[in-house]
Design a protein around this ligand. Sequence first.
Ligand code: CTP
Length: 419
Amino acid sequence: MNFWHGKQIVIGLGGGIAAYKTLEVIRRLREAGATVTPVPTQAALRFVTGLTLQALSGEPIREDLFSPLAPDGMDHIRLAQAADLVIVAPATADLLARMATGQADDLLSALLLARRGPVLVAPAMNPAMWEHPATQRNVATLRQDGIGFVGPESGAMACGDQGSGRMAEPATLLEAARRALTPKILAGRRVVITAGPTREELDPVRFLSNHSSGKMGWAVALAALRAGARVDLVHGPVALPVPWGAVAHAVGSACEMLDATLDVWLSAPGNPRCDAAILTAAVADYRPEKRLNDKIKKEHAFSELRLELTQNPDILAMLSAWTGMRSRDGHQRVIVGFAAETGNALTRGKAKRIRKGCDLLAINDVSAPGCGFGTDTNAVTLIGRDGREEAWPLLPKEQVAEKLIQAVGDLMRNIHTTP
Ligand code: CTP
């Protein structure tokens, strides 16, 4: 089911040039199935027209605290209560100041004062205004009040200045809105995720690799971020932008992936401990015995070229072994693997879970229709140390990831509540 379908979103707009980006947010939320009610301030209507807002949202705009059109004259209360989320974008310095001091002299500020549920604010202003102690004081107050912030970002401003103050881009704002509405089942947890293929170099121009696109790992990273986790994403070469908020560790070979993953897993003193590892990477099982410094030239060779290969370390098996050794520190961790099989998947997957020692294993038959490398869907059977065996239908990878994160969250809760 589409996440946004049926959601009620109020979008408050302050008077800033970044309001043009909010138009895109409104359009995309509506396309995704949400009902969007724009509430512009009078200053916002100097930048975008009421007609534009109405045409994009498909809803009448609300701009007047004392509108005779409001059915009961209580738009500020009704909208504040009915919305799943209130977004303020752009949030100008003036609007932030009025929010922080609890003013309620127009529809948007009154609505925000009457609001009990989540509010997400996207500031947009000149860098000097953003950095001003008065604005920073107001931001600190609002954060304390539980208001969520997205941005501002750094870069070139409409006024010609450079610095921090640009409103978050529509895609980032939409992702922040989604996170504001997702239950935080992994709040305070740190999760390391491996994703994508590895590259095992033969010489400076050639490598051995596989078809992994990284999409499954990306979906898992996004689901974990939405659930409130800190995510370390250790990934091979993939053509995807790093999910917003993830700490990325780009690697090439399996050995580099092992080093980077262990670094996170055994976190250095002072860093938060890792609570879970979800290994979706398609790690090359073998690497060339020798990586040559010079390109292999065919005039030196023969009609055949034979490669000597050495087995790579198994990251999943090593993490599971480490965790067994370290569980004496009292910190239990959840380890999840993925199994790519081509036929007889369940039997092979069960043997693999025992061999690798992980808590959960998501088995997928990469030869089945709609599954495997580069697809946007996957059919997974989740098996566990606890004997579970759940066959999930063919689902978008995003939903497979959500279900997996739910399973990890449940397992963690049980581990931490069972003596
Ligand atoms: N894996 C790993 N390190 C490796 C190989 C695999 O961490 N060197 C992890 C994968 O990320 C995945 C799981 O182990 O979570 C299973 O990977 P898969 O390719 O299905 O299994 P293999 O161990 O490679 O076994 P086989 O190729 O024989 O099926």
